[in-house]
Structures are given as C-alpha cells and as structure tokens.
Design a protein around this ligand. Structure first.
Ligand code: BDP
Length: 676
C-alpha cells in the first residue's frame, strides 16, 4: 500500500518537474544521453579535458570525438579547429582549454540543429582576457545588482561549497569567458585579509579547470586600513613592501591569480592623488609587485570630481598626459561612454587617445540605467555600437574594437570587461532575457565580429526553441529593444535624467542644490526657454575637441551631428528643424511615443508565441513586459510634461495624451536608495 502511494506521488511530481522551466539552466539546455557513452579520445590529460569528456559523453549524440592537442602559432591562444567526417569529429587546439571551448561549441551547434557532415571551422578569441566584473560586497549585497544577493557565500566559505560555483564556471566557459573579478570596485580592504583569501582560493580551485582566472578589486588604502601603516602613499617604501608581501601571500595560495582591478580617486574612493601622486604612480606600484607572477593591473579611467569641468571630459584630461608612463602590465579600463553606462552615449574619447598604453572597454551587463531586471533590453546592439565606433585615432577604420584587440596597437595585453548581472536568483539574472546579455558579452568578447542578430539567433535557439514561429518574432523584439528603451527614456542624446540614487525611473526635474551638480539631471539636459541639450561645442564645454578629426568637426556642427546624439553635443532650439522636417519638440514627443508603442507591440507579440514555450517562462516574461509598458508611459509622461514647462508647445494631437500629472510624478519616491 505504502508502495502504491509512493508511485502515485511520483506520477504527480514527474510531469510537474518536466514543466518546471525556471531558467536555471540558462542556455545550457543540452539534451542528456539516455545511456552513458564513451565516445571521446584525447592525447591530453587534465581536469579540463575531463570536463570536456564528461560534457560530450553526456550530451553529444553524434559520432566519436577526438580531442587533440596540436601545433598552432602563438597567436592562436585558446582557439580551436573542428573538422568532421561522417565517422569522426576532431577538435584540435593548442591548449586543453581550447579543446574544452571546442567541445562546448560542438554542443551548441548540436542544440541549434546544425548539420555536421563535413563541418570545418576555426575559432580564436578576439581578446586575451574576457572578464566579468562583479560588484559584489562582502556582506552579500550587490551594488547595482538586480538578481538577488551575491552568488559568493563568504560566510559559508571555505568549508561549505555551493553547487552554483561550478555551474557558474561552466556557464562562463561555455561562452569563452575566462576571468572574473569577484568583488565590488568600491572595494572593502577586508577582501585582502588572509581569511578572505582562503575563501577566494576555494573558488579559484573550482574555476581553474574551466579556465577561469580570479582577479580582485582592491582598495587603494589597504596598506593603511588593513596593514596599519601610516599612509598608503605609493612612493612610500613600506607601502610598496606591504603590497609586495600581499602579492606573495596571494600567489602562494592562488598561483594563477590574475591581478587587481582598481577604482582610485573616483567617487570618493582613495587613490594616489590623496598623496599628490598620479594614477601612473599608483598603478605602477601595484604592477611592479604583480609582475614577477605574471599578474596585471586593470586601472579604471572612471574618474571625475565635482569641478567646473564637464564630467564627460575629465577622464581624457586626467589620463592623456600620463600616456607612456604606465608599466606594460597595466591596462586602462575605460567605460564605453564618458559619463556612465547611459542608454546611449557618444563613445568615450579616451579610446585611441592613449597611444603607448593598453586600453580596454568596460561595459555594463547589469542594467543599472536600462530598466534593471524589469525591462527587456538586449544589449548586443549597444556593445556593437561602441566596438564598431570609428575613433579615427589612426585614420579611418580605427574602431574601438581594433584599438583594444591589438590590431592597431601592438598591445601587450588585450582585454574586455563587463559588469555582471548575475545573482542568486533561480534564473541567475532576474529577467529571463537578461541572460541574453551575459551571453552576448561572452560571445562578443570571443568574437567581436559577430552581429547582434547572430548572437540573438543562437541564444534564442539554445534557451527556448528553434521553431521559426518563435525565433523570428522574438528576435525582432530583441534587436529593436535597446532603441526602444532609448526612445522611451532618453532619445536624441539625452542622458542621466534618472532619479538620483536608484537610477530606475525618471527625474528630469532633479536639481540637487547644495549637492554635486554633476549628479543632477538638470546639469545634463540644460532645458530652458530656448531649447534642450548640453552644449559640448566650442561655445560650450568643448568636449568635441577631445575627438580626433574629422569627428571633432562632425560633432561640433549641429548639422552634421548624428541626430541620435544631437542633445549630447548641442543645446538645440525647441523649433530647430530635424532632418525629417519636424521641430525638435515634436520629434522628442514622437520618439517618446514610439518607445511606448513598441513595448506595447512586444506585449502583443509575446502573447502570440505562447504555444511555443513553457508556461512558467511565458508568464514571468509577460508580467515583466507589463511593468515595462507601464514604466515606458511613466518615462514619457514625466519627460514630456516636464520639458513642456520649458518648450511651452503642445504635444502633437496624434500622440497618446499623458495619463499622469507632473506634480504627482514628482512625488514618486522609490525606496531603492543609493548615493548618486
Ligand atoms: C556607477 C554606479 C556606481 C558605481 C560606479 C562605478 O552608479 O554604483 O560604483 O558607476 O562604476 O555606474 O564605479
């Protein structure tokens, strides 16, 4: 009887389990072979090869696979070659990690239902270091994290090990990510305490076979705060010794430790300037202690202070004079835009401006300024827009991709970073579609020539289904979603008109008198009776002068500035005629409206694809789209009603009328508090 009851219970539970599509599997939804197989041969042996074998034996349903270490040129790095015949598939690489990457590629192709007869492909990474930056704090919170608490359970480590550590490593390895910074750039000095390093070591050991190296954000004041020294002056020999000893301690525990990420003299963080030294003095001190172990310093260029100078100009002003003064194991980590991960920014003029120093891009995967975990915004188009931007630093064709990947500059180091959106939520990233942004970063770090469309296509097929009736409409949503968000939040080059603190909703009226002007929305949009936008031409802050010719001329002239950046570079009269003949004011109204309309359309499309996917993910995404549609209206009403108090012009009659009152919107205070 008891037996029987158990059976009944099983019958009830099994179908339920099959339906429980909670997103925890990410894009790694490889079918599992019903019977154990033994189909992999290899001329190499290592924990990494063991992983490759395990993955293929469990999930590969085709012919025998040969994993072979072979001779390849130096610059092949962790690349691989896949060659198939009807009987056998060979994966060839220079390193074991290359073979693992090739194995994942094979499984991905299988999942996308690729034809394997006579497959011949070769891949090698665009960047040496493909790194995630976690902004995770030691207390388990995540700065700008929207997917729950940190994955890293510092309290439990080193003894208790979450299964998610390995799942995390596997997911990253499957898309070629090979490095990670575990902690927030606003770094606690405690990160370097011996007890924490022991915990870090455990993670490093788990990540190693998956080819993932650990880096840490360090607090510049660590010698003083942690070591009890008088100061943390980089030219003080005791300070230098402290760092030297610390490096030795780290490398004793983690021999392949990657290095340090440093946010110094930025937003109140300590740095070399506290002692009258330069960023180069600070970076070089750390570079010197890491050098013997092959470690590197990623020194951030995200610096600005509450000065009279346009915030967009400050990093360039600070770093260009230091070009050539950095050690060769220092790389300057530069945010894609000169302000801060806005829905759209002009690219950062520092790219290409450092001729003797390695430069890398920092993107943000976590959608701090793009609706966080509530809005569906596919970021590949944003990443591509930056990478494909031509800086003209070395003539036409000097794209940011080519400057940072070593093509144009014989860079000792090439790297690309992004701020992760990963947390302990079951689906990892809060929104199911936010997984696509993690995926897209990994894919572009591996190959920046991929198109957004290719990436979306792969991801949809791997994550959901390859049925065309699903793939096509969903791809359309993804590929237009970033522009849609720009339209309902900050079209035409508007930027940073978010509510202070949480950066979620609109607050164009924000004017934090007495606080920092460069944290106030009114500083960025400059609305007045005449017009809208930040004059960065010669008559204004002259930020345009930081761009190489002919861009300085192009951006300096309102007629030649791309309209999607017109308010970034110019203060534009309300009745200025745009290229389509509309006035600026009308254009603004139609842009906001089109953003709203697009989200509504996404909702309609989503309802139609219901038959093709599981109910859990269907409804969770549907609910998020509902929030997004509501927020889009909130943005449109807040911005148009507020800007209308300056433009004094009517909202065109064919546009949906605001449903809110400006005064009510001004009262909204979300309880999400943060400093700026
Ligand atoms: C901004 C965030 C802030 C970060 C800072 C940074 O609002 O929380 O600390 O960037 O990148 O985007 O250092």
């Amino acid at each position: 009887m008891q037996h029987f009851r158990n059976y009944i219970l099983l019958f009830l539970i099994i179908p339920f389990m099959a339906l429980a599509e909670d997103g925890s599997q990410l894009w790694l939804r490889y079918p599992v072979n019903p019977k154990p197989r033994n189909i992999v041969n290899s001329n190499s042996k290592s924990p990494t090869i063991e992983i490759a074998k395990k993955e293929l034996n469990q999930h590969w349903s085709g012919q025998v696979v040969d994993l072979k270490i072979d001779k390849f040129p130096e610059n092949f790095k962790d690349g691989y070659r896949i060659i198939s015949t009807p009987k056998k598939i060979s994966i060839l690489a220079k390193t074991d990690l290359g073979l693992l990457y090739g194995s994942y590629h094979l499984l991905n192709l299988q999942q996308q239902k690729t034809n394997f007869s006579n497959l011949k492909l070769e891949e090698k990474p665009s960047y040496d270091i493909r790194i995630l930056n976690h902004w995770d704090n030691l207390d388990g919170t995540i700065e700008r994290g929207y997917a729950g608490h940190s994955l890293w359970k510092w309290e439990d480590l080193p003894s208790k090990i979450s299964p998610r550590y390995e799942e995390y490593a596997r997911a990253n390895a499957s898309i070629g990510i090979n490095a990670t910074v575990l902690n927030n750039v606003n770094a606690s000095p405690n990160m370097l305490r011996e007890d924490y390093l022991k915990k870090v070591k455990v993670l490093a050991d788990i990540f190693r076979p998956y080819g993932i190296k650990i880096y840490l954000s360090v607090n510049f004041s660590s010698p003083k705060v942690l070591g009890g020294l008088q100061n943390s002056d980089p030219l003080n020999q005791e300070v230098q010794k402290w760092w030297k000893d610390k490096a030795a301690e780290i490398y004793r525990m983690i021999p392949d430790f990657g290095g340090f990420l440093v946010k110094a003299n930025s937003e109140g963080q300590p740095g070399p300037q506290d002692y009258g030294r330069t960023h180069a003095d600070g970076a070089n001190m750390m570079a010197d202690v890491l050098k013997p172990y092959g470690g590197i310093v990623m020194w951030r260029a995200f610096v600005y202070s509450p000065s009279k100078e346009d915030r967009a100009k400050q990093a360039h002003l600070e770093f260009v004079p230091l070009d050539g003064k950095f050690r060769d194991n220092v790389i300057i980590q530069i945010k894609n835009g000169p302000i801060d991960f806005q829905p759209r920014e002009a690219f950062n003029p520092l790219f290409g401006a450092l001729r003797k120093t390695s430069e890398m891009v920092e993107f943000q995967i976590t959608q701090e300024y793009l609706g966080q975990a509530n809005h569906l915004v596919f970021l590949a188009p944003l990443f591509k827009e930056t990478l494909d931007s031509d800086t003209f630093s070395d003539g036409k064709g000097s794209t940011i991709a080519k400057i940072t990947d070593g093509t144009l500059r014989p860079a000792k180091l090439t790297a690309i970073a992004a701020v992760a959106n990963i947390g302990e939520d079951t689906n990892w990233t809060g929104h199911h579609f936010a997984q696509a942004n993690w995926y897209a970063f990994g894919r572009l770090a591996w190959n920046h020539n991929l198109t957004s469309e290719q990436i979306a296509d792969e991801w949809i097929k791997m994550t959901f289904t390859d049925q065309q009736n699903f793939v096509d409409p969903v791809k359309k949503i993804m590929l237009t979603s970033r522009e849609t968000a720009v339209d309902y939040m900050m079209p035409l080059g508007l930027h940073h008109i978010f509510a202070g603190g949480h950066h979620y909703g609109p607050e164009p009226w924000g004017d934090y008198k007495g606080g920092r002007p460069d944290w106030s929305p009114v500083y960025y949009h400059q609305a007045d009776a005449e017009g809208l936008g930040f004059d960065r031409t010669k008559t204004g802050s002259n930020a345009v002068s930081q761009y190489f010719p002919p861009l300085n001329e192009i951006y300096g002239n309102i007629k030649t500035t791309p309209e999607n950046l017109i308010l970034w570079f110019h203060h534009v009269p309300w009745d200025y005629r745009m290229k389509d003949g509309k006035t600026l004011w009308d254009e603004l109204c139609y842009k906001y409206d089109s953003g709203v309309q697009n989200v509504r359309n996404y909702q309609r499309i989503w309802d139609q694809i219901q038959p093709y996917i599981d109910s859990q993910r269907f409804s969770e995404i549907r609910d998020k789209l509902k929030i997004q549609a509501k927020d889009a209206v909130w943005w449109k009403d807040a911005c148009l009603l507020y800007f209308q108090t300056y433009s004094k012009r009517p909202i065109p009659s064919d546009i949906e009328k605001p449903v809110h009152q400006l005064e009510d919107l001004k009262k909204i205070k979300l309880n999400m508090g943060h400093h700026n």
